[in-house]
Design a protein around this ligand. Structure first.
Ligand SMILES: Nc1ncnc2c1ncn2[C@@H]1O[C@H](COP(=O)(O)OP(=O)(O)OP(=O)(O)O)[C@@H](O)[C@H]1O
Length: 235
């Protein structure tokens, strides 16, 4: 069984606004999977639904062998599933180090080895460990949000548009960081607007349209597919 298996997932918002319709998705141990698709397709909703932040309406979500559909985020985070939302992903009035420590709030003590590893992986966070998160640039805050999610050493890290709003040189740096995190053994499920670059780097990709699965293949195969290129990658 895959690390994450989503089978026939229906989910949405409020009482009856259904967005996802019969979505299937899987991420193997250590795999790097990307979700692409047009605006409003439901890409973010897939991640939020896996993490228990939407209204569950049907289907199953299995993580590490146990069913988690309908569970609360505070239960899911204990299982080794990390999630970095696109917005509001740092505490602006707390320092960098305090933000990272908050990432491990479910533990009795701050995991010093994990903290050292995050500082090692993101030298900018080490340099600015006492700076208030809200005074850092968008890219630095994004690194901090990722670092915070890594404090619990997740088996799967879900990233919602990590390159959004970043200058081009920072976009490359962000993608490199994601590669490094994946190479160190953490599986990745990532939503990206920067679809070509994401598909180039991932193992496998899903194209989601109107809340449902449309294409699934290796990143290279999706990049080479005429229909995918024309419809979703700007030709
Ligand atoms: N909190 C919410 N309440 C109600 N509807 C929502 C909520 N969040 C998202 N939606 C709706 O769900 C649909 C899918 O949104 P979602 O953000 O998942 O799409 P997306 O594929 O990630 O889009 P984008 O690429 O623009 O970020 C959209 O129609 C959106 O308006």
């Amino acid at each position: 069984m895959a690390l994450l298996e989503v089978d026939g997932l229906d989910a949405g918002y409020g009482e009856d606004l259904q967005i996802l319709n019969n979505v299937d998705m899987r991420v193997e141990d250590g795999e790097y999977v990307t979700i692409v698709g047009p605006n409003g397709a439901g890409k973010s909703t897939v991640m939020k639904s896996v993490f228990g932040l939407t209204t569950y309406m049907g289907g199953t979500v299995t993580f590490d062998g146990g069913e988690i559909q309908g569970d609360a985020p505070e239960d899911i985070i204990h299982l080794g599933l990390g999630y970095v939302p696109q917005n509001d992903n740092v505490f602006p009035t707390l320092s960098v180090q305090e933000n990272l420590e908050m990432g491990a709030y479910i533990l009795d003590e701050v995991p010093e080895d994990a903290l050292a590893e995050v500082f090692d992986r993101f030298p900018i966070l080490d340099e600015r460990r006492d700076q208030k998160a809200g005074t850092m640039s968008g890219g630095q805050q994004q690194m901090l949000a990722m670092g915070r999610a890594l404090m619990l050493d997740p088996d799967l890290l879900m990233l919602d548009e990590p390159s959004a709003g970043l200058a081009p040189d920072l976009v490359a740096e962000m993608f490199d960081k994601v590669d490094e995190i994946n190479e160190s053994g953490t599986a990745i499920l990532m939503v990206e607007q920067n679809a070509k670059e994401a598909l180039r780097r991932c193992d496998r990709g899903y194209v989601l349209v109107q809340g449902g699965n449309r294409f699934m293949d290796t990143g290279d195969a999706l990049l080479a597919d005429d229909e995918v290129r024309q419809e979703f990658l700007g030709g």
